[in-house]
Structure formats: structure tokens, C-alpha cells
Design a protein around this ligand. Structure first.
Ligand code: ADP
Ligand code: ZN
Length: 218
């Protein structure tokens, strides 16, 4: 079993790490951001409640995401090899709720990867980020470091690329503020159990992957 959490500021590159981890460890990638965006796209009640918070770079209220996450962990695929949590927990209250859920099921988290990237770098990456709109692909590009071969088109699947509505300067600055005040305290929270491995995000994706791999295999 491999039960992992990846922590890091929005735009630190968690998504790119999650892609290979979920493949190599054969665990579901659980991104509360993706689940919330799907709810918005599907026009669900949860989506309607979450949308305004997300557009402003604020956190969706704990009770909404906690229920959503528990329901996701109840699904069968999370009981096979474990899971990878991305974007959850984001507050101490969420971490406590997760701990309660896990101990009620007699399980626990194996490792917390803390991906560290300076705020200035995150800002520059975010405003240049483009994502493939195909839900089965979701390939991420960066107009600065990793542009698509054809402007606006995914190299992998030919679908259109889009810029996330929350990837603008004002919203990113707000998300960083929220991260530092609400989510960063989780590093200390998990550090007490000695489960945190901090990895400094490198310029090249392959280099960051190698560092994370090393920590996971320890
Ligand atoms: P990023 O990949 O940039 O970190 P996410 O896709 O994880 O962003 O999340 C996008 C938005 O969804 C957040 O800004 C927040 O509004 C909401 N969100 C996602 N996960 C949570 C969570 N665990 N608690 C509260 N809000 C969340
Ligand atoms: Zn694609």
C-alpha cells in the first residue's frame, strides 16, 4: 500500500509529479481541484457552491471538500494499492478530518512530499501555463519553458489548450497568500510524525522527478 499526500503551493508543479507517481505506483490521483472543476462543468449543486470561491483563489469551505474527499476515498480503487492526494488537505481542519477518517479505517498516510518553489517562480509559471482541455489527457504546457509545437494545440492528442481562469496574476497572488497562511502550517503538522520529505522544485521537470523518486524509495 502506498498512501501519499503531496503538498506545495498552487502552481508548484504538483500536477506534473502526480502524473508519474500515479502511473508508477498504480494508485488513483485524487485532486480535489479537478473534482471541484468537474462539478462546476457538470453544473452540480456542489459546483455552484464552489465556483465563486475558486474564481477568487479562495478556499472552498472545509465541510464541502471534506465530504467530497471522504466519498472519494470510499471508492473501490482507493482500497487496491493506496492513493495519492493532491490539493487535499489544505487546512489543519481538513488534515484532522482526514486523520479521523483514516484511523477509523485502521490505515494511515505513508509519506508527505512537500514540493517547495519560490513565489516569484510560481507566478511566472502560472501566467504562462496552458492545459489540454481533453479530460483523458490534461497535458500541461508552459509558453515560456515548454510550449506546444503548434500554438494552442496539444502535441499529444490534438485537442485545444486553455488557460485556467484562476491562472491570472491577481488570483495567483491571492492563492499564494492563502497557501502561506492556511496550508503551509500542515508541513509542521505532518512533520511531527516524521513523514515529510521536502523536495525543492528544479528548473527541469526530470530533475524534480528524480528527487521525488529518491524520497519515495527511501
Ligand atoms: P492548484 O493546482 O493551482 O493548486 P487546485 O486545482 O488544487 O489548484 O485547486 C483550485 C481551487 O480549488 C483552489 O484555489 C480552491 O479554491 C479549490 N480547492 C481545491 N482543493 C481544495 C481544498 N482541499 N480545500 C479548499 N478548497 C480547495
Ligand atoms: Zn491533450
Amino acid at each position: 500500500m502506498t498512501r501519499l499526500i503531496i503538498l506545495g503551493a498552487p502552481g508548484s508543479g504538483k500536477g506534473s509529479q502526480c502524473k508519474w507517481i500515479t502511473r508508477d505506483y498504480n494508485v488513483p490521483h485524487i485532486s480535489t481541484g479537478d473534482i471541484l472543476r468537474k462539478n462546476i462543468a457538470d453544473g452540480t449543486e456542489l459546483g455552484m457552491k464552489a465556483k465563486a470561491y475558486m474564481d477568487n483563489g479562495e478556499l472552498v469551505p472545509d465541510e464541502l471538500v471534506i465530504d467530497l474527499l471522504k466519498a472519494r476515498l470510499d471508492e473501490a480503487d482507493c482500497k487496491e494499492n493506496g492513493f495519492l492526494l493532491d490539493g487535499f488537505p489544505r487546512t489543519v481542519a481538513q488534515a484532522q478530518a482526514l486523520d479521523e477518517y483514516l484511523s477509523a479505517h485502521g490505515i494511515g498516510i505513508d509519506k508527505v512530499i512537500n514540493l517547495e518553489v519560490p513565489d516569484e517562480e510560481i507566478m511566472s509559471r502560472a501566467v504562462n501555463r496552458r492545459t489540454c482541455e481533453n479530460p483523458d489527457c490534461k497535458e500541461i504546457y508552459n509558453l515560456r519553458d515548454n510550449p506546444p509545437k503548434v500554438e494552442g494545440i496539444c502535441d499529444k492528442c490534438g485537442s485545444k489548450l486553455f488557460q485556467r481562469k484562476d491562472d491570472n496574476e491577481e488570483t495567483v497572488a491571492n492563492r499564494l497568500r492563502v497557501y502561506h497562511s492556511q496550508t503551509e502550517p500542515l508541513i509542521a503538522y505532518y512533520d511531527e510524525s516524521g513523514k515529510v520529505s521536502t523536495v525543492v522544485g528544479q528548473e527541469r521537470l526530470e530533475d524534480t522527478i528524480a528527487l521525488v523518486k529518491f524520497e519515495l524509495e527511501k
